[in-house]
Design a protein. Structure first.
Length: 447
């Protein structure tokens, strides 16, 4: 049978078909390339198109060496951090970062579609933990006060005070407090600007850390539980069980005392509120105080048999910690007092409304805004001195025989160093300024 098309026509049709196939292949290649460039992939098994994601990795530590990164069973190698992993399928993945001389850092991560996941504060713990070889302080020095990277020590033999100011890189400077010639009964930081010295009775001296100026305030001995505001312009105090407020004049005496509340057990002062606990109620007085005192009374517990020993600002509310380590929440929206931890033997507050506490055998985190509890770890016992480090997303705690570090999301917990029951560990800065005392000597732990 003779074909309807001549050989030249068939040839033209063949080349046209070939061009058409090549054109569609070109369009498909462009679409695939464009899709890949914009982070799209196609799942052949499940037959659907999805948008991939990115993970960025970094650390604040100065580490020389190569890094191996395992995302599930896929390995990536990088010469340094920061590093980036692209084209990641959304969902849960196991992420491990390894480098020589350090424990692996691991985390179960949830990657969301078309979202860059940042892990920029990875903390690597050395496999051979070490203590700084040089003794920071030795002799007859006693630590008497500390706050946010500062610590004051007293030499009982020579009767002088030293203040150590620690920086984030583990370095420090030493400053002699030459103006303190008379030893007080108690020393504490009022804030980062003022150091407060309490002498016998109600005689106080304040050292301005910016100017080295010292001024004295001498109050009536009948005043109890005195609390000064941050600028030392106001003072709150108790006479027997009644709570008063007064202004401090330029000659450092008080005037215009105002009765705020009777039958007070304890109280504390914050920037905008005064929180009080009486035998009959719990409440808040709005500050500053004017002629008409504004109260907010909370319903709930009475603390006659279980006195409150600490009050903390927490989210939009306040926490009360009782003498038996129970932790209560003053719920601002409902005006109720709620018990959230029956035994918070050690606790710390995290910014943005998170409470971290230990009940002695596990560490729990309470989310104020979502009203949820989550167990961080059950791998540590005899927990005490729990302290959180918001910048690095980790916290340190001590047990009866070691100092440990763990990240907020759990799963990465290491021993920094071993201690004995006589070791006194305290923190005066961030992770690079962990101060501990042993055998009358102070050491500075550093990574």
């Amino acid at each position: 049978m003779k074909s309807r098309f001549s050989s030249s026509q068939r040839k033209e049709m063949y080349f046209f078909s070939l061009k058409l196939v090549l054109f569609f292949l070109f369009i498909l290649t462009v679409l695939i390339t464009t899709g890949l460039a914009f982070g799209y992939k196609y799942d052949l098994k499940k037959q659907f198109l999805f948008k991939t994601s990115i993970i960025n990795l970094d650390t604040e530590q100065d580490i020389d060496g190569r890094f191996k990164v395992f995302l599930d069973n896929q390995m990536y190698e990088f010469g340094k951090l920061p590093a980036q992993i692209t084209s990641i399928k959304p969902g849960r993945h196991d992420l491990i970062v390894e480098t020589e001389g350090y424990y692996p850092w691991s985390k179960s991560v949830i990657v969301k579609e078309d979202i860059v996941s940042e892990y920029s504060e990875i903390l690597f713990i050395p496999t051979k933990n070490y203590l700084q070889s040089d003794v920071l302080i030795h002799g007859y020095l006693e630590k008497v006060a500390s706050i946010d990277g500062k610590a004051v020590f007293y030499n009982s033999d020579l009767n002088y005070y030293k203040m150590f100011i620690f920086s984030n890189d583990g370095d420090y400077e030493v400053r002699f407090l030459e103006n303190i010639l008379e030893r007080p009964e108690n020393i504490e930081f009022l804030n980062n600007k003022y150091l407060k010295f309490n002498y016998s009775g109600n005689r106080f001296k304040f050292l301005d850390l910016d100017t080295d100026e010292i001024f004295e305030i001498d109050l009536d001995d009948s005043y109890g539980n005195l609390i000064f505001d941050d600028n030392i312009e106001k003072v709150y105090y108790k006479i027997e069980n009644d709570l008063y407020f007064a202004h401090i004049k330029e000659d450092n005496t008080v005037e215009n005392s105002v009765l705020l509340k009777q039958d007070i057990i304890t109280f504390d002062v914050f920037e905008e509120d005064l929180v009080f606990v009486s035998s009959k109620d719990v409440g808040i007085i709005e500050l500053p105080v004017y002629e008409n005192i504004q109260y907010s009374i909370y319903n709930g517990y009475y603390f006659d048999l279980d006195p409150v020993q600490d009050i903390k600002r927490f989210g939009e509310s306040y926490l009360l910690v009782s003498s038996n380590s129970s932790i209560y929440l003053l719920e601002s929206s409902t005006k109720e007092v709620l018990e959230i931890a029956e035994n918070g033997s050690s606790y710390d507050l995290i910014e943005d409304g998170y409470l971290l506490y230990s009940n002695g055998y596990e560490i729990v985190m309470y989310d104020y805004f979502n009203k949820t509890f989550s167990v961080i770890t059950r791998l540590a016992t005899h927990i005490s001195d729990l302290q959180f480090y918001n910048d690095l997303n980790h916290f340190i705690f001590t047990t009866k025989d070691s100092v440990k570090i763990v990240d907020k999301d759990g799963g990465n917990m290491f021993t920094l160093f071993d201690i004995d029951p006589e070791t006194n560990v305290s923190v005066v800065g961030d992770l690079s300024s962990l101060l501990y005392q042993k055998d009358s000597k102070y050491y500075l732990f550093s990574f």
